[in-house]
Design a protein around this ligand. Structure first.
Ligand SMILES: O=C(O)c1ccccc1NCC(=O)[C@H](O)[C@H](O)COP(=O)(O)O
Length: 200
């Protein structure tokens, strides 16, 4: 059954909404240049509010492995989402610092990107068009992928049901599609979760 990840939560009211909607994952963005960037102190405060059973992913872009491991081992996040140029050497290094799971994100522009994603040594792969940009990649490129994946990029309440029904991803991941004027929108979050569940 396709799981749901609501990414880029940054306010207590976003966590309250997530606790009501019960997605399997939420995401905190630690990428320095992101408009959704959170400090570790803020993330810790929000994580304490999060209902048990919802896992918090931390989104990083080429962050020091020690910083990622500190957040994982301190239970501020439960899973690391690597969204930069992190390679096998980086992932092996991070694995020596923590036993927590790792998602590696891939930008899918052609068939070789899909092959690279399938070969990842990370626990999970996430297929995206960019980095929280709200645009979709060509789903035809992943019609015959064998490995389970998080589907991301341009998902919205109006297209997620179809994505789940046709592609049957391990999980769907959304950020821009549940925002209004750069803030998470409770109505859109609820509509997204309902539509994703309808497609299961
Ligand atoms: O959200 C960001 O600002 C961000 C910055 C740098 C790296 C990754 C980032 N976001 C990742 C995500 O929000 C999602 O995993 C995914 O890209 C979905 O984004 P969207 O297309 O906006 O739904």
């Amino acid at each position: 059954m396709t799981k749901i990840k609501l990414c880029g939560l940054s306010r207590p009211c976003d966590i309250e909404t997530a606790n009501e909607l019960k997605p399997e994952y939420i995401g905190f963005v630690f990428a320095q240049k992101s408009k959704r960037h959170l400090t570790s102190e803020k993330a810790e405060e929000l994580k304490k509010m999060l209902a048990p059973g919802i896992q918090a992913a931390g989104v990083f872009v080429d962050e020091k492995p020690q910083t990622v491991a500190r957040l994982l081992n301190g239970n501020i996040i439960d899973i690391a989402q690597l969204h930069g140029n992190e390679d096998e050497v980086y992932i092996k290094h991070l694995r020596r610092l923590t036993h927590k799971p790792i998602i590696q994100a891939f930008r899918i522009g052609n068939a070789s990107d899909v092959i690279n994603a399938e070969r990842s040594i990370a626990d999970h792969i996430l297929l995206d068009s960019g980095a929280g940009t709200g645009t979709a990649f060509d789903w035809n490129l992943i019609q015959s992928i064998k490995r389970p994946y998080f589907l991301a990029g341009g998902l919205e309440p109006c297209n997620v049901e179809k994505a789940v029904r046709i592609l049957k991803p391990f999980a769907v991941d959304v950020s821009s599609g549940i925002e209004t004027n750069g803030r998470k929108d409770k109505t859109k979050m609820a509509a997204f979760v309902a539509a994703a569940r309808k497609g299961r």
